[in-house]
Ligand binder design. Structure first.
Ligand code: MIC
Ligand code: SF4
Length: 640
């Protein structure tokens, strides 16, 4: 069988297992990235592993999420990451240098290599043909230590692009179309490989917008071939030597193929509160807009902001709109400052933010009560903006800029302006905000502020679990529901006891109290439980509150791995009736767990209602071992 692009990279990196759809494999990881909000935990875990120095080709620590510094916590965490990174051989991108995925694409991404990052949008680097996956902090720490990364062999889906985008239609509209067709759970267990004639019409930053938001499909990752457009980008980043040509064999095998005709696409939007709630902008009623945010790792490249500047030039932001713009990196910011585009943006009345995640993760710019906010971000989950009644619409930079001028959600094709941007021959290169780590035998003192608290470690699995159902949830619960993030909570990412007080806060403020009162218990959920972020905190906070098992209709990939890594049992309902029959505070009992796990099926007694039901154990042998010893850290220690 002829190889697709994904299999070519997998074959070069597989160290354990067999490439057969669904079968577990372990991959050698070439590079890693962390960001600050998951990074503190990842480096605490790296320290706990007791290695001297990272063993990857390159590992980079970024500071981009938690930038407000309302108190000492952020600044302390930054110092911790800077010093611990230096000590262990990790490059450090200083706060202000930009968003991890944008900088990684610009300065570090290399075709054909593997990357894992403690952030779900790590697949952005698939835009230059890396096999790049989001992972929990512990998996990233293990990869830094030279360990392999475990996934199930994915199905490979070809997205065949034909035609060419029309004026004012954007890469964002392509991925929104994919989300419309496949939904937020349509990518679980799959890698999306883009191919076809339309690929060469897309630049690397456009490709990166698409692979970035492939995370919203629940996919393992997304990837583009490495071709002359990749070379053009790497050359302009003065990294020509990193280029290799990489494409699928002719007549390569794919599990499925989906064709998208770029010429037929029109501007799209994802309406509140899900990235797959997609509609044509032209078919949505005229909605009055309160706020527009252009930025985030999805749409903050030089190309994106140049297009926005061309639209804004000579225009003013509508009196009722607050337009905020956050460039993706210092490279982008400095280039638009030097060529005058920033002046056009400022002159329109836009507010300029620093190069960071900002409003995307609720770090400021929360909309007002019932506020309508158009954003170029990738996620519009309920409550994520920081305002529960906020209505977030995901749009392209073109739609965002035109709507900011008009004051209503507008189809950008209504505006006559030439926004064609050529890729610069040379980007502005200045890596002075990327600090090299200390040399091998240099002494580095790791600085640890008082906000850094020890993290909970799972305990050996007992043979019987008793407990109450502490919460019953619907389908598509996100990690933003489980462990919300906003400007008040992000500073406490290294303080699980504090964070756990806010576990499930957006859906049920009583959950932490109930969990404590009953001494822990079970979470019951619907399909795709834990979609979204890679934050391990969505497993650690429940672990701290005594959760022993989550019973769901199905799980999102990264969150399931995080539960396993922390010793929480993920169990899957066999029938919808079994889910329907359970109620909040029902008493459940599982006996003989050790044996049942090996057999792949677990019997649960509902003591309150007096019946029994069976749930599935969709775990590999190794994952069962990990759970039995109370999580991966224990497993690694026992197996060294
Ligand atoms: C996100 O976009 O949800 C985040 C914030 O970047 C997360 C990481 C985190 O929760 O810290 C992610 O995507 O993994
Ligand atoms: Fe940052 Fe938002 Fe991207 Fe997450 S999705 S990395 S919060 S910009």
């Amino acid at each position: 069988m002829r190889d697709n692009l994904v299999y070519k990279i997998l074959k070069n990196h597989i160290v354990e297992g067999e490439l057969k759809t669904g079968e577990p494999i372990a991959l050698k990881i070439d590079k890693t990235l962390t960001q600050d909000s998951t990074g503190t935990m990842a480096y605490l875990q790296l320290e706990a592993m007791g290695i001297d120095r990272v063993k990857t080709k390159k590992s980079v620590a970024f500071i981009d999420h938690n930038m407000l510094q309302q108190g000492f916590e952020n600044a302390d965490d930054h110092k911790f990451i800077q010093t611990v990174a230096s000590k262990y051989g990790v490059y450090f991108s200083k706060p202000g240098n930009g968003i991890c995925h944008q900088i990684f694409l610009e300065r570090f991404a290399t075709p054909g290599d593997t990357l894992i990052g403690s952030d779900s949008h790590t697949p952005t680097a698939g835009g230059v043909c890396m096999l790049a996956m989001g992972a929990g902090g512990l998996d990233v720490a293990l990869a830094m230590g030279g360990g392999a990364y475990n996934i199930n062999t994915p199905k490979v889906i070809k997205i065949n692009l034909i035609g060419k985008l029309n004026k004012m239609v954007s890469a964002k509209d392509i991925i929104l179309e994919v989300l419309r067709v496949l939904t937020v759970k349509g990518g679980v267990g799959k890698v999306f490989e883009y191919g076809g004639e339309g690929v060469k019409t897309l630049s690397v930053p456009e490709r990166a917008t698409i692979t970035n938001m492939g995370a919203e499909l629940g996919a393992t990752t997304s990837i583009f071939p490495s071709d002359e457009r990749t070379l053009e980008f790497l050359k302009a980043q003065q990294r020509e030597e990193d280029w290799i040509e990489l494409k699928p064999d002719e007549d390569a095998f794919y599990d499925e193929e989906i064709t998208i005709n770029l010429s037929e696409l029109t501007p799209l939007t994802a309406k509140p509160h899900s990235p797959d709630n997609v509609a044509k902008v032209s078919e949505v009623d005229d909605i009055k807009v309160d706020q527009v945010f252009i930025g985030s790792c999805t749409n903050s490249s030089y190309e994106d902001l140049m297009k926005v500047a061309k639209i804004l030039k000579g225009n003013k932001v509508h009196p009722n709109v607050s337009l905020v713009i956050g460039p993706g990196s210092r490279q982008v910011m400095e280039m638009i400052a030097r060529n005058g585009a920033l002046a056009d943006i400022i002159s329109s009345g836009a507010r300029i933010l620093e190069n960071s995640c900002g409003p995307c993760i609720g770090m400021g710019q929360a909309p007002g009560t019932n506020g309508i906010s158009l954003r170029t971000v990738n996620r519009n989950f309920y409550g994520r903006s920081g305002t529960l009644s906020g209505q977030i619409y995901i749009v392209s930079p073109e739609t965002a800029a035109v709507s900011a001028i008009k004051g209503i959600l507008s189809d950008p094709r209504e505006m006559e302006v030439d926004i064609k941007i050529d890729m610069p021959d040379k980007f502005l290169i200045d890596d002075s905000m990327i600090l090299e780590p200390a040399t091998m035998n240099q002494e580095v003192e790791v600085v640890r502020g008082p906000n850094i608290k020890p993290f909970p470690i799972g305990k050996e699995l007992s043979n019987e679990i008793n407990g109450k159902v502490l919460i019953k949830l619907e389908d598509n619960i996100t990690t933003d529901h489980i462990m919300p993030s906003n400007s008040k909570l992000l500073p406490f990412r290294s303080n699980i006891p504090y964070l756990s007080e806010f576990c499930f806060n957006t859906v049920d403020t009583e959950f932490p109290k109930r969990a404590k009162e009953y001494g822990g218990g079970f979470i019951v959920a619907g399909e795709n439980y834990g979609q979204g972020s890679s934050r391990e905190h969505a497993a650690l906070a429940p672990l701290y509150l005594g959760i022993r098992a989550v019973i769901a209709k199905s799980f999102a990939r990264i969150h399931k791995a995080n539960l396993i890594n922390n010793g929480i049992l993920p169990l899957e309902f066999k029938t919808i009736e079994d889910y329907d029959n359970i109620d909040l505070t029902d008493d459940l009992k599982i006996e003989n767990i050790q044996k049942s796990l090996d057999e792949g099926i677990v019997n649960i007694k509902n003591l309150t209602k007096g019946y029994e039901f069976k749930v599935l154990v969709e775990l590999t042998k190794k994952e069962i071992e990990v759970i039995k010893v109370g999580g991966r850290l224990n497993y690694v220690k026992l197996n060294i």
